[in-house]
Design a protein around this ligand. Structure first.
Ligand SMILES: Cc1cc2nc3c(=O)[nH]c(=O)nc-3n(C[C@H](O)[C@H](O)[C@H](O)COP(=O)(O)OP(=O)(O)OC[C@H]3O[C@@H](n4cnc5c(N)ncnc54)[C@H](O)[C@@H]3O)c2cc1C
Length: 560
C-alpha cells in the first residue's frame, strides 16, 4: 500500500480521494467481505442499483463516464482509497462506471450496510460523506453525469429540465443547439429533429424527447425505492426546509420516513441564491447547497426521498391514512407531516424569475433594508405585509414607491398602517397601478409600471423590487380533510376549532387536546409556510420540523 498521509494533513484534493489509514480500514472490516478482483472486471456500471462500497486493499480501479463518443476518464483510485459518491448513500443508481485496472484485493461493504457503518463510526462517516459530496460537486462542475441534454437557451422546457437536474444536484452534460457545433451532429446521428428538443440521453441508452421532470426522474432511477404496500410510521409531504428537517430528525431518531417532493428538494429556499440569515452561516449559503446537503443528511440516516412525485389527495376517513400520488398509486401512513409550503403570488411580468435573488425580493428584513440605503425602491402589494415592508424600508431607502392594484388600501390593510403610510413623506402610494416591466442583465436596474385607469406609464432606475403580494398555501389536495383558515393555510394546535364547526371545516375529534403542530386530523401535522400563522423563514420551518418529530413519536406511542 502507498504511504498514508495523516488525517490532519488532508487538503481539499485528498479529501475528495482520501487514503484511509490501516487503522480505519481495520475498523471497516467488520462490515465488509474480502475478495480478489481481476484486471478488466467491472465493479458497477452507470444505472446499477444498490451499489456496494469498495475499499481497495491492493487493487487499482478506474472511474469513467461512458458517453456517446466512448468513455471519459474521471479518476483512478489506488490502494487505500474507496469508491462511491452521494448516490451510494441511499442505495440509488450509480452514475459512473468502475473498472479494475490492476488486479488485487478489495473489501466490499454491501449497500444496506453502508448506513449502519455511517451511523456507528463517526470518523469514517465524516471521511466518506465529505468525499462523496466533494465527488458529486466535482462531477457537477465537470459536467460528468450520466445524462446528456441537447437543448436551446431559448426553450422554456430546456430551462425547466436544467433547473430540475440542477436542483437535484444531478450532473449532466449540456449541449446547446445554438452554440455547440457538435449538438446538431448528435441529433442527426439519432435521427431526431430539432423540434423535439430538449433531448435527453439517459445512461448512454434511453433517448427521451422533451420529457417531463417525472419521466426524467424515472429514467435516472431517482425514485426506485417506493415500496407502495408498506405501512409507514411517517410520510412527509413536501421537501422544502420544513420537510427536510423533519426527515433528518425523524430518520436520525430511528423512524424510516418517506418524503414525497413534487419538484426537487429545497422548496422556496432552494431557489434562493443566498440565504444570509440562517444560523451558523455568517457568509450566507446558497439555497441549493443547503437543500442538497440536507437531502444527503436525510438519506444518510435512512430517509427515502422521491422527487417529481406529487401527492394529489389525502384519504382521511380511516386510519392508516392514504396518500394518493399523481399516478394514482396509494401510500399508507400512521402519521403524516404536511410541509407543502406556499407559493408567493407573483405578478405576471417577464424576467421576474430570472431576476429573483438579483434585485427581486420576497421579504424585507434588516439585510434587505441595508442593501437599499439611499436608493429608490419599489414595493408591490397592498396587504399588511406590503405596508409593513414599505414603512420599514422607508427608514433606509431614499424613496419607496408602493404599487397597489386596487383603488385604495382600506379593504386589504390595517388602519394604523394606512395612516403611517399616508403620513410618511418617503412613501409614494400609487393605487390602481401595475408592475409592467423589469430590466437588467445580471441584476435588476430598471422598473416600469402603468396606471390602469389612465394607462400612463413610468420608468424608475431601481435595483430593488419587493414583491409582497401575499402567498397561497399548497393545500388544495387536502379537500376538506383538515381545518384551514380563510386563506387556505392549515390550522394547528390551539388555533383549531375544537367543537363548533366553522362552516364545513372539520373539528378536532378526540377528547385529548391537539398537540402544538397537529392539524384537525389526529396524527397529521402541518409545519413551515403551509401552517396558519407561520413565520415564513427557513429557520422557523426547520425548527418546526424538529418539533414535529417529537410529536409524531407521541402519536405513534398512542397507537401501540
Ligand atoms: C426567493 C426567496 C428567497 C428567500 N430568502 C429567504 C431568506 O434569505 N431567509 C429566510 O429565512 N427565508 C427566506 N425565504 C423564505 C423561505 O424560503 C421559506 O419560508 C421556506 O422555504 C419555507 O419552507 P417550507 O418547507 O415550509 O416550504 P417550501 O419551501 O415552500 O417547500 C414546500 C415544498 O413542498 C413541495 N410540495 C408542494 N405541494 C406538494 C405536494 N402536493 N406533494 C409533494 N410536494 C409538494 C414543493 O415543491 C416545495 O418543494 C425566501 C423565499 C423565497 C421565495
Amino acid at each position: 500500500m502507498s504511504t498514508t498521509p495523516t488525517l490532519s494533513s488532508l487538503n481539499a484534493d485528498t479529501e475528495t480521494y482520501p487514503l484511509l489509514t490501516k487503522a480505519l480500514i481495520d475498523q471497516l472490516r467488520q462490515y465488509a467481505t474480502l475478495r480478489r478482483v481481476e484486471s478488466g472486471e467491472v465493479l458497477y456500471r452507470s444505472g446499477d442499483l444498490a451499489v456496494p462500497l469498495y475499499i481497495l486493499l491492493s487493487a487499482t480501479v478506474e472511474i469513467v463516464q461512458p458517453d456517446t463518443e466512448g468513455e471519459r476518464a474521471i479518476t483512478i483510485l489506488y490502494p487505500g482509497m474507496f469508491t462511491g459518491e452521494t448516490r451510494i448513500i441511499g442505495g440509488q443508481r450509480a452514475i459512473v462506471l468502475a473498472r479494475v485496472v490492476q488486479s488485487g484485493d478489495i473489501l466490499t461493504v454491501r449497500s444496506e450496510d453502508i448506513w449502519t457503518l455511517a451511523t456507528r463510526n463517526a470518523q469514517l462517516s465524516e471521511i466518506l460523506l465529505r468525499a462523496f459530496i466533494l465527488r458529486r460537486t466535482m462531477l457537477n462542475i465537470r459536467q460528468l453525469g450520466n445524462v446528456v441534454m441537447v437543448g436551446s437557451q431559448h426553450s422554456a422546457n430546456t430551462a425547466r429540465l436544467r433547473e430540475f437536474l440542477g436542483r437535484n444536484s444531478h450532473p449532466y452534460t449540456y449541449l446547446d443547439l445554438d452554440t455547440d457545433d457538435g449538438s446538431q451532429d448528435l441529433l442527426d446521428r439519432f435521427t431526431i429533429s430539432s423540434a423535439e428538443i430538449p433531448i435527453v440521453i439517459c445512461n448512454g441508452k434511453a433517448i427521451l424527447r422533451n420529457p417531463t421532470p417525472r419521466e426524467l426522474a424515472d429514467c435516472l432511477g431517482l425514485n426506485d425505492d417506493l415500496r407502495q404496500n408498506l405501512l409507514r410510521d411517517l410520510i412527509i409531504v413536501g421537501g422544502g426546509p420544513a420537510g427536510l428537517a423533519t426527515a433528518v430528525y425523524a430518520a436520525s431518531e430511528g423512524l424510516a420516513p418517506l418524503l414525497i417532493e413534487s419538484h426537487a428538494p429545497g422548496g422556496q429556499a432552494g431557489a434562493s441564491s443566498r440565504i444570509e440569515n440562517y444560523l451558523g452561516f455568517p457568509t450566507g449559503i446558497s439555497g441549493q447547497e443547503l437543500a442538497s446537503n440536507a437531502a444527503t443528511q436525510a438519506r444518510k440516516f435512512g430517509t427515502t426521498i422521491a422527487v417529481a412525485r406529487k401527492i394529489v389527495q389525502l384519504n382521511c376517513k380511516r386510519r392508516p391514512y392514504e396518500l394518493v400520488m399523481d399516478d394514482g398509486s396509494v401510500l399508507f401512513a400512521k402519521t403524516v407531516v404536511i410541509a407543502t409550503g406556499a407559493c408567493y403570488k407573483k405578478p405576471a411580468v417577464p424576467d421576474l424569475a430570472r431576476l429573483e435573488g438579483h434585485g427581486i425580493h420576497y421579504g424585507a428584513t434588516y439585510i434587505e433594508a441595508q442593501m437599499c440605503v439611499g436608493e429608490d425602491v419599489v414595493v408591490v402589494g397592498g396587504g399588511n405585509s406590503a405596508g409593513q415592508a414599505a414603512v420599514f424600508l422607508s427608514q433606509t431607502a431614499s424613496k419607496v414607491y408602493m404599487l397597489v392594484r386596487s383603488k385604495d388600501l382600506t379593504k386589504t390593510m390595517s388602519r394604523y398602517l394606512i395612516e403611517r403610510i399616508n403620513a410618511n413623506p418617503s412613501i409614494e402610494l400609487l393605487c390602481e397601478t401595475e408592475l409592467t416591466r423589469l430590466a437588467g442583465d445580471e441584476s435588476l436596474s430598471e422598473v416600469c409600471w402603468a396606471n390602469k385607469k389612465t394607462s400612463q406609464t413610468f420608468t424608475l432606475p431601481s435595483r430593488h423590487v419587493f414583491v409582497m403580494a401575499g402567498a397561497s398555501p399548497n393545500t388544495v389536495w387536502l379537500q376538506g380533510c383538515v381545518a384551514l383558515d380563510d386563506k387556505g393555510f392549515i390550522l394547528t394546535g390551539h388555533n383549531l376549532p375544537l367543537c363548533v364547526p366553522r362552516g364545513s371545516s372539520p373539528v378536532w375529534p378526540l377528547t385529548r387536546a391537539p398537540q402544538l403542530l397537529e392539524s384537525s386530523l389526529p396524527g397529521v401535522f402541518a409545519i413551515g409556510d403551509v401552517r396558519a400563522g407561520s413565520v415564513k423563514r427557513v429557520a422557523s420551518a426547520v425548527g418546526e420540523g424538529a418539533i414535529a418529530v417529537s410529536l409524531v413519536h407521541r402519536v405513534l406511542a398512542e397507537l401501540y
